[in-house]
Design a protein around this ligand. Structure first.
Ligand SMILES: NC(=O)c1ccc[n+]([C@@H]2O[C@H](COP(=O)([O-])OP(=O)(O)OC[C@H]3O[C@@H](n4cnc5c(N)ncnc54)[C@H](O)[C@@H]3O)[C@@H](O)[C@H]2O)c1
Length: 250
């Protein structure tokens, strides 16, 4: 039980990788705050955690709204007294060719994936700096290093921003003993991916391009994220850990 007595906030924990990470943190003793824009999905994650003997609460929050983020952290501190871990997982992908992208698409893409992460990180830092302890893990993507194979330029830009946010905030918070790292998933089978890989043929073609010959599962992210949340990573900061079955090797 690596996280007994610790409080973790996981954004977008209603499904996909956020749900897998939130459940695993709870199974290892953390009190988990499931922050979700989708109230039903958030509630389902909390019910599953509580049914398995863990401790979790759901908070409805749209991370693109700074006011929601401030309320999320106020509620967390009010309920559990502190924040030890923040997993900035919530993200969306608006896939459209460059020439079709509207200003509203751009604003939504960047507001959820990057602005939300910046201000959640700011709120977490307000709690972690005085404690001289804390772990922040951001969901970037292999799209932070190379282009997505679908036309998702603004998504790629948001994830490049997440990678740089990780570096810059890690540098700023290192003197305060707060670690800030990122993970860069490859292709993981979640609702987000199913929008694009919507037939068995497309899935097969995508899997064939991965040296390990399979698509990722949300569980594949649990070990890497929990490592970065744990005391084993006390001297690791500013790093983006690629978890892609070898896809970026070629
Ligand atoms: N699936 C992949 O292959 C893949 C690859 C690289 C990176 N990522 C990144 O990993 C993260 C998780 O992706 P996933 O595939 O598990 O996605 P998902 O769509 O399965 O789950 C994302 C969750 O975030 C929630 N969410 C969306 N917008 C929100 C908002 N504004 N505020 C709060 N919650 C919000 C959704 O309701 C959903 O429950 C994202 O940041 C995504 O960009 C995913």
């Amino acid at each position: 039980m690596r996280f007994t007595g610790q409080t973790a906030v996981v954004t977008g924990a209603g499904r996909g990788m956020g749900k897998a990470v939130a459940s695993a943190l709870a199974a290892e003793g953390a009190r988990v705050v499931v922050a979700e824009v989708d109230e039903t999905a958030g509630r389902e994650t909390v019910d599953a955690i509580n049914a398995a003997g863990g401790e979790a609460i759901a908070v409805v929050a749209d991370v693109s709204r700074v006011d929601d983020i401030r309320k999320l952290f106020a509620r967390t501190v009010e309920t559990f007294g502190t924040v030890d871990i923040l997993v900035n997982n919530a993200g969306i992908g608006i896939a459209k060719p460059l020439i079709e992208y509207t200003e509203a698409d751009w604003d939504r893409q960047l507001d959820v994936n990057l602005k939300g992460m910046f201000f959640a990180t700011q709120e977490a830092a307000r709690v972690m700096i005085p404690k001289r302890r804390g772990k922040i893990v951001n969901f970037a993507s292999t799209a932070a290093f190379v282009s997505s194979s679908t036309p998702e330029t603004a998504y790629d830009i948001s994830k490049g921003g997440v990678r740089q946010l990780t570096v810059s905030v890690a540098a700023e918070l290192a003197p305060h003993q707060v670690n800030v790292n990122a993970v860069a998933p490859g292709t993981i089978m979640t609702d987000l991916t199913l929008r694009v890989l919507d037939t068995p043929e497309k899935m097969q073609r995508a899997a064939a391009k991965i040296p390990m010959n399979r698509l990722g599962d949300p569980q594949d992210m649990v070990g890497p994220v929990l490592f970065l949340c744990s005391a084993d990573a006390d001297y690791v900061t500013g790093h983006t850990l690629v978890v892609d079955g070898g896809w970026m090797l070629f």
